[in-house]
Write a protein that binds this ligand. Structure first.
Ligand SMILES: *Cc1c(COP(=O)(O)O)cnc(C)c1O
Length: 233
């Protein structure tokens, strides 16, 4: 079985090839290692191999790993659904949240962000797969939420995130990622801090990079197959 370091190297090669095919610099795509369900030992192995940004979906699990791993330069992203009663630990322990879809959650994260920390970087999650998916705002609805977030001093709007329904159809993958890219344009025009398109996972990162992804969230291809978690397909 390949080691985490070898898997990371292979993922970096996939990113570099996809970026080259799109005439993009490989450094324009950031790699987020999704460590949900894996232990602190796995995160430490990835960190030793040079990986600094990690994504977690569950508050308790993420906060426990963060406490266990006070490593220099490590950066934690919350990428799971945010319940409004869990906003405080997220605001206190994470640097980024990818999955904002409600004003109430944005307001609560803003209010709970400790004053000694920099503003929390946030992304609005958009549903680019239509009726097939329940997570994320309908395309177009992100505009109002972006305006609301801009009024919150302890949050910094950085862009958009999507988790399209899995499909092997490359044209369909590309179409959904292209939609998210188009939705980012007006937000970027209004706000110079907006620079992030969080899209692409283990199975579709090439399509996402072809459509302008600046951050791919990769779990399985780095850490291996996960045990099924509640609510996951
Ligand atoms: C689990 C997860 C990932 C990683 O998925 P893989 O297919 O294992 O790469 C990416 N993004 C989100 C939001 C996830 O929940």
């Amino acid at each position: 079985m390949a080691t985490i370091a070898e898997n990371l190297q292979a993922v970096h090669q996939r990113i570099a090839r996809a970026a080259a095919a799109a005439n993009r610099a490989p450094e324009s795509v950031k790699l987020l290692a999704v460590s949900k369900t894996f232990g602190a030992d796995a995160v430490l192995a990835a960190w030793k191999a040079g990986q600094h940004a990690f994504g977690e979906n569950f508050v308790q699990e993420g906060v426990a790993k963060i406490a266990e791993l006070p490593l220099p330069g490590i950066e934690w992203h919350f990428i799971g659904p945010v319940q409004s009663n869990k906003t405080r630990p997220i605001a206190e322990h994470f640097a980024w949240v990818h999955s904002i879809e409600r004003e109430k959650v944005a307001q609560r994260l803003n209010d709970a962000r400790p004053p000694q920390l920099p503003p929390l970087n946030v992304l609005i999650q958009v549903n680019v797969s239509g009726e097939a998916s329940k997570s994320g705002l309908a395309p177009g609805a992100e505009r109002d939420l972006a305006g609301f977030i801009r009024g919150l001093p302890r949050l910094r709007l950085r862009g958009l995130m999507a988790i399209p329904e899995p499909t092997q159809d490359k044209a369909l993958q590309r179409g959904r990622f292209a939609l998210l890219r188009r939705l980012l344009l007006p937000l970027q025009a209004e706000d110079a801090a907006v620079d992030t398109l969080s899209m692409g996972m283990s199975d579709d990162l090439e399509s996402a990079i072809a459509e302008g992804s600046t951050l791919v969230r990769v779990g399985t291809a780095i850490f291996g197959k996960r045990q099924a978690v509640n609510g996951e397909r």
